[in-house]
Write a protein of this length. Structure first.
Length: 208
């Protein structure tokens, strides 16, 4: 891995809070990285304005402008290659995408539940937390994993647990899970940047 700051590309479809957290970690000196590309899959997502406000390089690659997933994916990864991105972060990215061979195990996602529970198509945003509460689960949390070509799939890097409290709403649970996400995602990036992640099939091992 490079000794220079790792170059990150972030893909967004919503508010961009995950990107802002990464930027805060970099500014605080806890993450040796730089965000060199932010790509939005929708022209109307709130994260665009937030990224522009703090001066991040931004592009909109709208999913609806492409006939199929393959064409959309090619356009996204062409931009990431041009920016010489080391690691791609799904940061509230809701579009299905095909990961090319040169980016296998170089794309991470964070999901607001403990995979393999409450994940897959249809499980995003508040829908995840509503499902957790409806099922009566006693713990939830977040999962960082290497993304593949399925929703919320691919080798798990790390997880953080959050207790589900009596009287929780989807909003109160989401707030606590997001606090865990704000710690877990930067930690996974640090492990990647230090070359400590070893993928063996569906298992990620963390080297000492």
């Amino acid at each position: 891995m490079p000794e220079r700051p790792i170059k990150l590309g972030a893909l967004i479809s919503g508010g961009g809070r995950t990107v802002l957290n990464i930027v805060d970690e970099i500014a605080a000196g806890r993450l040796n990285a730089e965000v060199v590309s932010v790509i939005a899959s929708r022209a109307d997502c709130a994260g665009i304005g937030r990224a522009e406000q703090i001066g991040l390089p931004l592009a909109v690659v709208s999913r609806k402008e492409f006939a199929d997933v393959g064409q959309f994916s090619s356009a996204v990864f062409d931009q990431l290659r041009a920016a010489e991105v080391d690691l791609v972060l799904f940061a509230g990215f809701l579009s299905l995408i095909e990961i090319p061979d040169d980016f296998v195990h170089r794309v991470m996602n964070i999901h607001p539940a403990l995979i393999p529970s409450f994940c897959g198509p249809g499980y995003f945003g508040s829908k995840v937390h509503e499902a957790v509460l409806q099922r009566g689960a006693k713990v939830s949390g977040c999962t960082v994993h290497f993304a593949d070509n399925q929703y919320d799939h691919g080798p798990i890097i790390l997880q953080r647990c959050v207790d589900v409290a009596q009287g929780d709403t989807a909003d109160t649970l989401a707030a606590r899970v997001f606090e865990a996400e704000c710690e877990a995602y930067p930690e996974a990036i640090r492990l990647f940047a230090s070359g400590r992640l070893e993928v063996d099939g569906s298992v990620v091992r963390i080297r000492d």
